[in-house]
Design a binder for this molecule. Structure first.
Ligand SMILES: *Cc1c(COP(=O)(O)O)cnc(C)c1O
Ligand code: SF4
Length: 431
């Protein structure tokens, strides 16, 4: 299958656009001017059900929706487009709107390490055991999720993390013996040609680092472009490379974003999963919880069941991040917990490897463990699944219940406490 990307410039050529009104197409243009927009022929032809596209999760996942922008911002951009203002002239207005959408959530720049007097801008190291690596060639995706928290990587150059020097990554890794995992991320590193994977992986193998146990690849390609692992010209080579890493005793884990069970039901996706598993690759699945896409417990239970039956390990349920079109996708924390709990209770123990609902916040990954009442006060029970300081992990703590809260920063400590237990050491750490 030939990969055919669609963006603002050519989306009107998609044959299925005949189902949209002119106003709907213009809406895509308006919102796509502010938030990145890209899809491909696989998503369009194999995933989206065009007979009901307005409600289709995959349509909403890739095609910008009018409600993703506030009314005022939408009108502003719409009127600029109608006046045919040249793109350069619009940029200022567009940038103002983007900056309102919290383009840099969870203080990611504080994860960028300094090493031998230099900031390593293609690395993030927040949790002791795991380092993120942003290979320069992997900083785009086959198609863009409208909920993506990395959207500023595509839309705003100043928020770009990227690195192409394998030796810096290797040196940093050698010097930090606590790190067991390197996670290749982006964007989607699986957009890279196999020769780039080879460049990085060979550098890691040659360095012979005993503490390196897992190479992870964060990717959406499994379900946006499964041919990456089946019929692309360098697909076989990629699987052989994974096999080679595996033979050297390093686990290769594909961290697949799978938002909805429908993504796993096409023949192409099934074949990709099969081939990866046969090559010895572990596949783990994660997704945010998103209104309009997967905000029902049956969808999650169905997703985990489908994953397990194909040999995929359910891994994380995230709360949608506080960035970009968050208002459009937001589910309250209370409801997130209920959906998680209900879905969890619908599956057998083999699918209960999943953790969540989890918020990726600046201090760490905070899980909503439950809602309960203690001495007459209704509270959220919270827990760090990951912390900037590993000693915070696994200690339950309490926030006042708030039925409307959609993100951690809206929560206040319960029982009249001035701070959460970790806050003082967190502020000292960042200072
Ligand atoms: C989620 C995340 C990781 C991975 O954490 P695991 O719990 O090991 O999967 C690593 N770094 C950052 C910055 C993260 O947000
Ligand atoms: S595939 Fe991942 S990085 Fe790419 S747009 Fe989707 S969420 Fe963002």
């Amino acid at each position: 299958m030939m990969y055919k990307p669609y963006s603002l410039q050519n989306f009107r050529e998609i044959p299925q656009m005949k189902f949209l009104s002119e106003e709907q197409k213009f809406g895509i243009e308006v919102v796509g001017t502010v938030l990145p927009f890209k899809t491909d022929n696989y998503v369009v032809d194999e995933l989206i059900d065009w007979s009901n596209f307005e409600k289709d999760p995959f349509f909403i996942l890739n095609f910008p929706q009018r409600e993703m922008l506030g009314e005022k911002d939408f009108s502003k951009v719409a009127s600029l487009l109608k006046q045919n203002v040249p793109r350069a002239g619009m940029l200022n207005e567009v940038k103002k709107i983007r900056m309102k959408l919290n383009p840099n959530p969870a203080e990611q720049e504080s994860n960028v390490p300094e090493f031998k007097g230099k900031r390593l801008n293609g690395i993030q190291h927040k949790y002791r055991e795991i380092m993120l690596f942003f290979p320069t060639q992997g900083q785009t995706c086959h198609a863009y999720c409208t909920y993506c928290f990395r959207w500023p990587q595509f839309a705003l150059n100043e928020f770009k993390f990227a690195m192409k020097e394998a030796d810096q990554m290797v040196e940093y890794l050698k010097a930090n013996t606590h790190i067991t995992d390197v996670l290749f991320t982006g964007g989607d590193p699986a957009v890279m040609k196999t020769k780039f994977f080879e460049h990085y992986f060979d550098a890691l193998l040659e360095a012979n680092i005993p503490h390196l146990r897992n190479i992870r690849i964060g990717t959406k390609s499994l379900t946006y472009w499964p041919y990456r692992f089946t019929s692309d010209p360098d697909a076989d080579e990629l699987l052989r490379l994974f096999g080679k890493v595996k033979k050297r005793g390093i686990n290769v884990a594909l961290m697949a974003h799978i938002n909805h069970p429908g993504e796993l039901k096409t023949p192409a996706a099934k074949e990709a999963v099969n081939r990866l598993l046969n090559a010895g690759v572990q596949i783990r699945a994660q997704s945010p919880l998103l209104k309009h896409i997967n905000d029902r417990s049956e969808i999650w239970a169905g997703n985990w069941k489908e994953q397990v039956s194909q040999g995929i390990i359910p891994y994380y349920m995230f709360v949608a991040r506080d960035t970009g079109a968050q208002d459009y996708f937001a589910v309250t924390l209370n409801r997130a917990w209920q959906i998680y709990r209900s879905a969890y209770s619908q599956v057998s123990g083999i699918a209960r490897t999943v953790k969540g609902p989890s918020m990726s916040c600046s201090p760490g990954k905070v899980q909503i463990t439950g809602v309960t009442e203690i001495k007459g006060q209704k509270v959220f029970v919270l827990n760090f699944i990951q912390g900037r300081d590993p000693s915070w992990v696994g200690k339950p703590f309490f926030a006042r219940f708030d039925p409307h809260a959609v993100w951690f920063d809206e929560l206040k400590p319960a029982f009249g406490e001035p701070d959460f237990f970790y806050e003082q050491s967190y502020h000292e750490m960042l200072a």
